[in-house]
Design a protein around this ligand. Structure first.
Ligand SMILES: C[S@@+](CC[C@H](N)C(=O)[O-])C[C@H]1O[C@@H](n2cnc3c(N)ncnc32)[C@H](O)[C@@H]1O
Length: 386
């Protein structure tokens, strides 16, 4: 495909996304219907679509309309691309810009420029203060590809060496002692020997930093109550060198954990409600609760536009409920770690304050928020104890 044809394909996909189709579904349908597209084409189209999703509002304002074509014009205008060369009508490239399109489009202002929903802006500003604009700007750009070195299998130096042999360049990140930033060859990771042998896992730097910020509970009893796909459970098992019990309200989400744990040489056991209760109390309970994902909107930009005040309120209720559910499972000298990948106070410190109001025998030991940046996503951790 020519660069112009990739733009045309992205514009069509963006139209279906605007009409309500999830981006992953729209991309898959397009790829199935476009057998002529090679892997580089698919990657380029995907990049266009996700770039436009991160900048949904500003692209439409810069492009002068709420269509996929206008959004691509807006995106490429911001990037300073040669529009005449891409929109030349040759082959499958988009038609040249009309006189009206050449005139249309303005410089975005306010929430358009920040690429945030209007309703969220006050909460965003309250939560981030002076950093509000910078953080919104960060979320308009791609996230780094990051790996966690599995110290059960080898050191960070050994992992960097093995990655280099597989044609993948990575550098140490300061965010966590296990974290690497991939600078070249990211698309080779899943097939590479260090990945298939469990020496590295894909994991954001702030998630890794969060696990390292939890007080040392080596060789003790650990429960990951919202284990999902097991990213944090694997990191906990490697950090503390002991078994981790993994639980999730949707057990299906944990289906890949056994294979991931085997690859990583980690002892992770899956548990339902009855097993969790039977094995209580725990020295550490991690609740990596469902949240808006606002700290990770670079990776999952649709979340920015699908979040609503009602959904946020429902998330807050779930967050409170989970804290209530696990509090009795923590041993008297134990620790409860509450984590989100959100930047919003109503999902972070306000949930912790509400918990401490309800449970006067608990205290906040430690709290930290990571802002999204070159070494990781936005993240929040509160360490609670009795
Ligand atoms: C942020 S994700 C967890 C990600 C996971 N820790 C990881 O590192 O890959 C939140 C998880 O909480 C689960 N969840 C939602 N409500 C829950 C509840 N009431 N109790 C336990 N888990 C719940 C969801 O199914 C989801 O998998």
């Amino acid at each position: 495909m020519t660069p112009g044809a990739r733009v045309e394909a992205a514009a069509g996909i963006l139209d279906t996304v605007r009409d309500g189709t999830p981006a992953e579904v729209a991309l898959t349908r397009w790829a199935r219907a476009s057998r002529f597209a090679g892997s580089k084409d698919r990657a380029a189209v995907r990049d266009h679509v996700f770039d436009a999703l991160r900048r949904w509002r500003s692209c439409a304002v810069r492009g002068g309309a709420d269509t996929g074509r206008a959004r691509m014009i807006g995106l490429l205008r911001e990037e300073g691309a040669d529009l005449a060369a891409l929109f030349n009508g040759a082959g499958h490239a988009p038609a040249p810009l009309s006189a009206q399109e050449l005139e249309a489009g303005t410089e975005p202002q306010g929430a358009d420029a920040l690429d945030l929903p209007d309703w969220l802006l006050p909460l965003w500003q309250q939560s981030l203060g002076d950093a509000a604009s910078d953080v919104a700007e960060t979320l308009r750009h791609r996230a780094p590809v990051m790996l966690r070195v599995n110290t059960l299998r080898g050191t960070r130096d050994a992992a960097r060496g093995a990655l280099a042999e597989a044609g993948i360049a990575a550098m140490n990140a300061a965010s966590a002692p296990t974290a690497l930033i991939v600078t070249e060859g990211a698309r080779r990771i899943a097939q590479s020997a260090p990945y298939t042998a469990g020496l590295v896992e894909l994991q954001d730097g702030s998630s890794q930093a969060m696990v390292h910020e939890i007080p040392d509970v080596s060789s003790r009893k650990i429960l990951d109550f919202c284990a999902g796909g097991g990213g944090k459970a694997l990191a906990l098992a490697a950090r503390f060198g002991c078994p981790v019990l993994a639980h999730d309200a949707a057990p299906d989400r944990m289906k890949d954990i056994p294979a991931r744990a085997a690859r990583a040489g980690a002892d992770i056991r899956l548990a339902g409600n009855a097993e969790v209760e039977a094995a209580a109390p725990y020295d550490l309970v991690l609740v990596d609760v469902p949240c808006s994902g606002s700290g990770a909107w670079r990776r999952a930009p649709e979340g920015k536009w699908t979040l609503t005040p009602d959904k946020l309120e429902a998330l807050n209720t779930t967050q409170d409920r989970i804290l209530e559910q696990v509090a009795p499972l923590v041993a008297p000298e134990g620790v409860l770690a509450y984590a989100t990948c959100s930047l919003l106070e109503c999902e972070n410190s306000q949930r912790v304050e509400a918990f401490l109001q309800r449970r006067k025998d608990w205290r906040l030991v430690h709290e930290r928020r990571w802002l999204p940046g070159a070494e990781g996503d936005g993240f929040y951790l509160a360490v609670l104890a009795k």
